[in-house]
Write a protein that binds this ligand. Structure first.
Ligand code: PNS
Length: 172
């Protein structure tokens, strides 16, 4: 991939962005955002957050496995994990942009708070919001979990690898 010229005309810069989330589980909404941001940045790091304060349906290794399979078709994506503050990951890995998706206005309030909190902890860390595609605007991991738990068909919202994980876990 060609590198962009530095802003001052100097050495080319390699632009990377981080896309963090719980991915419990990854959905077509998340995948769409990874695909679109991979066209904007040289590298997109999908960061599967491990938060001890949060209870997840899928274990960390399961979430990682599903993410790895779900985005394996995108060449400039790396998948990794982090268990602390997002800004610490950004500082340690020299990442200056975080990508977050917005489905509806209701997402905005929490996202705005997070963006401000992150920026006040790390001044040159920017949040880039991407609107989800209309067809994905109502998909959420929690909705998928709910439907799957009652035996509903989730094929429209998640890739086959995620469907398979539910089957394995729930036995349906
Ligand atoms: O998929 P989610 O649950 O909407 O993702 C939220 C996530 C994991 C990106 C956010 O909670 C996060 O960045 N957590 C790491 C801890 C942190 O840095 N908190 C300060 C930002 S308010």
């Amino acid at each position: 991939m060609p590198l962009k010229k530095g802003r001052t005309g100097g050495a080319p810069i390699f632009m990377k962005a981080v896309y963090p989330g719980s991915f419990d589980p990854i959905t077509y909404g998340h995948i769409d955002l990874v695909e679109r941001s991979s066209k904007i940045f040289d590298e997109v790091i999908v960061l599967v957050m491990e938060n001890v304060n949060k209870k997840h349906f899928f274990a960390h290794e399961e979430r990682m496995r599903m993410v790895r399979l779900a985005v394996s078709h995108i060449h400039n994506v790396t998948i990794t994990t982090h268990s602390g503050l997002l800004v610490d990951f950004a500082r340690e890995n020299d990442v200056k942009v975080v990508i977050r998706g917005l489905r509806a206005v209701s997402d905005f309030e929490m996202e705005l708070q997070m963006a401000h909190a992150n920026k006040s902890m790390l001044a040159d860390f920017e949040t880039l919001f991407l609107m989800t595609e209309t067809s994905n605007s109502f998909i959420s991991s929690s909705m998928v979990r709910e439907i799957a738990s009652f035996g509903g068909d989730i094929s429209k919202w998640v890739p086959p690898c995620v469907k398979g994980e539910f089957k394995r876990k729930l036995g349906k």
